[in-house]
Structure formats: C-alpha cells, structure tokens
Design a protein around this ligand. Structure first.
Ligand SMILES: Nc1ncnc2c1ncn2[C@@H]1O[C@H](COP(=O)(O)OP(=O)(O)O)[C@@H](O)[C@H]1O
Ligand SMILES: [Mg+2]
Length: 286
C-alpha cells in the first residue's frame, strides 16, 4: 500500500470471542483532512481507532498508519501520533502544567506548553491540580496531552461527549485549528452535527460495517437515499412535498402544469438529503 495517505485500512476485522465487532472495513484518510467515523454506540468506532493507534491487535486485514503497521508499535509512529482516548482521568495529583511538561519531555519536538494550554482553553488553569478540574476542563487537558508532542496525526475518540454546548464549540474550534496547522485528524462521534461541522469526509459505521463514505454534503448519492425533495405551497398555503431521484423531470411537470393553469408555485425549493436524513435512514433498525 502507498504512503500517500495518512491511513489506509483494507479488510479490517476484529472479533472478541464470538462477537464480530469490526467486519471487513476499508477506508483511507488523506493527509491534512478531518475524517469522521460516525455511528451509534457499539458500532465499532473505538475498536477501529484503537487498532489504528496500536492499542489493540486486529483479527485480520491490512492497516497502514503514516506508513507503519501500528501493531509493530514503533517509536517513530508513537512520536508522530496524538491520542485522545474515549475515557480518561489518570493523573490526579499533579498540576496541569506539570503533566503537560512531563508529556512534552517524552517527545523529540514538543510544542510550547503555554501555547498548548492557550490553544486548548486551559489558560488560567496552569497551576490547578488536575483532580480539581471539571469534566470539560479534563477533556481539554486530554486534548492538550494529545497535542503537546506536536503530532502529525491526531485521534479523537468522542472528544465532546459530556460537554456543555459552549465547551463543545470550544472543542470544535480546537479541532479546526489543528486542521489549520496542517494536521490530520480522525474523529469518532455519534453526534451528527459534530460530523457535519468538522469532517471533510465521514464514514457511517454500524454493526462493524461501513455503510457509506464521503463528504457530509455529498452523502446520499448512491446510498439508496439518493432522492431530492421538491416542495412548494399551493394557493391556499398548504405545503406539498415530493421525493424524486429525477428532479429535472418532476420540476418540468410541476412548473408546466402550474403555468398552464396560470398559477405560481410559491416557495418552490429542491433540497438534497441532509447528512441527518442519510444517517437516520441507514442506521434505522430493519
Ligand atoms: N474489549 C472488549 N471485549 C469484548 N467486547 C468488546 C470489547 N470492546 C468492545 N467490545 C464490543 O464490541 C462492539 C463495538 O464496541 P466499540 O468499538 O466500543 O463501539 P463504539 O466505540 O462504536 O461504541 C460492542 O458490541 C462492544 O460491546
Ligand atoms: Mg466508542
């Protein structure tokens, strides 16, 4: 496999005993993009990213992360990758600055600790002991720990779960600033709006399978959800809606009809399915 991509995954499988948590998935992540793994709880997101991180061994398939097989746990790869795990809370009795400085010391080219605290919204908390931090502040510390080694590639596993709305927006800004720095980001989330707001491309995963993959705005084409929604109001103000995979023809019929009757189609609009439409349709239980 080439190393043009930050990540390449082919036929990845992972079983826990009888449970097939990941069932032959393929995807790749380009350098410099934010890639979202979107899916409900139990879909296999954490299993997948922890295999990419080298925290779990795969059952089958091929995986390349920055040109390495993460299962080899090479030092080079570890130094180039930053990780925010789904669960956290290990360093309880040290200050924010101490834990960051400690981690910075583990990397060959760390970022400036003060800069990292600023970037992650921890300014003012430098000397606080980590056990006194709120949940949201601890999550920021997780972010800061993932960034302090100045990694090329950052894994964020449900980075905003449990955040209040303001803290979520703050975390989104941090993720966007990572992209602006040229970093590659792999993000898991079960929040649609988060995937829509942040990801250049998403893969929707359920029961260990990728159902569809693409830019959030383009998902829908080729998924069975490939419809357009045409809506307009009647003269009496009633809303009409039709779904079609051929909006050219439908619009022609509607508008020529209306013109022949000397009517106007008020509020006429054509919309593509949103990521939410596609997600709900694909992940609905049969
Ligand atoms: N260490 C493990 N041992 C056994 N089963 C596991 C383990 N980790 C995850 N699972 C199971 O694998 C499936 C996928 O889990 P996970 O990857 O954590 O999904 P997600 O992160 O999308 O919620 C779930 O059914 C979960 O219960
Ligand atoms: Mg998970």
């Amino acid at each position: 496999m080439s190393t043009e991509k930050a990540i390449e995954v082919r036929g990845l499988r992972k079983s826990y005993g009888d449970l097939e948590a990941v069932r032959a998935i393929d995807f790749s992540v380009r350098r410099g993009e934010i890639f979202g793994l979107l899916g409900p709880n139990g879909a296999g997101k954490t299993t997948t990213v922890e295999i990419l991180e080298g925290y779990r061994d795969r059952s089958d398939g091929e995986v390349r992360v920055l040109g390495h097989d993460p299962q080899q746990r090479s030092r080079d790869l570890r130094e180039r990758v930053g990780i925010v795990l789904q669960s956290t809370g290990i360093y309880r009795h040290v200050t924010v600055r101490e834990v960051l400085a400690h981690f910075a010391g583990l990397y060959p080219h760390p970022r400036d600790v003060d800069e990292v605290m600023e970037l992650t919204g921890l300014g003012g908390k430098e000397d606080a002991r980590t056990r006194t931090l709120s949940g949201g502040q601890l999550r920021r510390l997780d972010f800061a720990l993932a960034l302090v080694g100045d990694p090329e590639l950052i894994f964020l596993d449900e980075p905003t779960t449990g955040f209040d709305p303001a803290a979520r927006r703050g975390a989104w800004d941090t993720v966007r600033s990572l992209k602006a720095l040229g970093k590659t980001v792999v993000l898991t989330t079960h929040y649609l709006d988060e995937a829509q707001a942040l990801a250049d491309r998403v893969a929707i995963i359920k029961d260990g399978r990728i159902l569809v993959e693409g830019a959030p705005s383009e998902l829908g084409a080729g998924t069975g959800a490939a419809y357009y929604r045409v809506s307009w109001r009647n003269g009496d103000g009633l809303l009409n809606q039709r779904e079609t995979d051929d909006p050219t023809r439908l619009l022609h019929e509607l508008t020529s009809d209306a013109l022949a009757r000397g009517q106007v189609l008020e509020s006429l609009s054509v919309t593509r399915p949103t990521l939410e439409d596609v997600y709900l349709q694909l992940t609905a239980d049969a």
